[in-house]
Design a protein. Structure first.
Length: 416
């Protein structure tokens, strides 16, 4: 038997749908706008500020490092201050960071804006998971988490048209991102309950849950900041299988960094695509990313290990072939769509895998996997930039994509 902590009466159907919709929107603006839109707008940003590829990669790396720090802090503070306070904080940070990018007069302040905006993603995830665990009925928690996680693809898909409308005026796009983020923040303030604050909690018993449902649960000892930190220090810290998921998450993060950071830039510089065509390719990336929400169903049908192997092979192919196919619109669009779908799917598989490795503390496994993804991206972004500067994008993307192929070897064990 497992249990779900409810610090208040479960939300009714309307309240639950509102929470899920607002949570999806928050993930969309934090990930799709504040974190990943930097790569979408990189071509005009590099032109205006005269950035070398290595410098552009270093700025992206700062965003990923900020995520790592933010998710640790947010995980510790969410149980103390409640879901609403931290979720609203994420929206405020996203709005502020994107505004800083829009106003940046020089590369230094541009980097500050990108880092602040990127940190919003780390702040957003813990309170939304916490709100789902403490405010929704156990039967709907797994699906709610899946839908909210797919907000990344939605945000990326929306960012594409913004880039088209702001063609030639990239700052207008970032001002729009800031305004939308502010509007979503107001919605989050009204929709997300202040769930899980210290106080008596009701425990509702239920039958064995699925892995996706377990990921939404918050350990019973995480009732204050110290308890949340204790949750991160799961005992044992590295249970059997943890080494494989850490290695796999890191390799997946490195392998995905090339397209996220330099994908649109390569479509233009190597493939000769104009702003409209490359923006459409990015829209495809985001739109098909929404399909990645089906990862849980794939894992149940063909198994977690086979799903992981297939996903990493597709990620490797999409990355390695990206630069060579950049000049062929149909092939480039297909690779963008493949990358978007497989990236979100792989994050979903890591979510499931993390709950299995850390069965007694699912939140720890999920948090660890996503933290290491960001560490991998923090390493991969500047590495890609250096490789592009020294050897060109074809070699750079091939090397980075090879990390996904290596990641196949450290997938889940066969019994999983």
């Amino acid at each position: 038997m497992t249990s779900t902590l409810l610090s208040q009466r479960p939300l009714d159907r309307r309240g639950a749908l509102t929470l899920i919709a607002a949570g999806t929107a928050l993930i969309a603006v934090c990930y799709g706008f504040a974190r990943f839109a930097y790569g979408l707008f990189l071509p005009p940003i590099r032109t205006e500020f005269g950035l070398e590829a290595s410098t552009a990669g270093a700025i992206a790396s700062g965003s990923y490092v900020a995520y790592c720090a933010a998710i640790i802090v947010s995980t510790a503070l969410t149980p103390r201050f409640g879901s609403r306070v931290l979720a609203v904080s994420a929206g405020v940070i996203a709005a502020s960071g994107t505004a800083l990018v829009a106003l940046a007069p020089n590369p230094a302040l541009l980097a500050v804006g990108v880092v602040v905006a990127g940190s919003s993603t780390g702040v957003a995830s813990p309170p939304l998971a916490h709100a789902v665990a403490h405010s929704l009925r156990a039967a709907v928690q797994g699906r709610a988490q899946t839908v909210i996680n797919a907000g990344t693809g939605l945000g990326v898909a929306v960012a594409g048209p913004a880039a088209l409308l702001a063609s030639g005026h990239w700052r207008l796009g970032w001002f729009a991102f800031s305004a939308i983020s502010a509007a979503v923040t107001v919605w989050v303030l009204r929709a997300v309950p202040s769930a899980g604050r210290p106080g008596p909690a009701r425990t509702t018993n239920r039958g064995a849950s699925t892995s996706a449902e377990r990921c939404a649960e918050t350990p019973s000892h995480a009732k204050d900041g110290r308890g949340a930190v204790s949750a991160l220090l799961h005992r044992p810290v590295f249970p059997p299988g943890s080494g494989r998921i850490i290695a796999a998450s890191g390799l997946m993060g490195i392998a995905s960094s090339a397209v996220w950071t330099f994908g649109r830039d390569v479509l233009g510089s190597v493939g000769g695509m104009g702003p409209t065509a490359s923006a459409i390719a990015w829209i495809l990336l985001g739109a098909f990313g929404i399909l990645g929400a089906l990862a849980g169903d794939a894992a149940r049908r063909i198994g977690l290990r086979r799903s992981w192997v297939l996903g990493m092979l597709l990620l490797a192919a999409a990355t390695v072939l990206f630069a060579p196919a950049a000049g062929i619109p149909g092939a480039a669009g297909l690779l963008c769509a493949t990358f978007g779908a497989v990236y979100i799917a792989l994050t979903g598989l890591l979510l499931v895998w993390g709950t299995e490795v850390y069965a007694s503390s699912p939140a720890t496994g999920v948090g660890l996997a996503f933290l290491v993804i960001a560490v991998g991206q923090a390493v991969g972004a500047p590495l890609t930039g250096e490789l592009i500067g020294d050897f060109g994008p074809h070699i750079a993307f091939a090397v980075i994509g090879g990390c996904a192929a290596v990641g196949v070897l450290v997938g889940p064990r066969r019994r999983q």
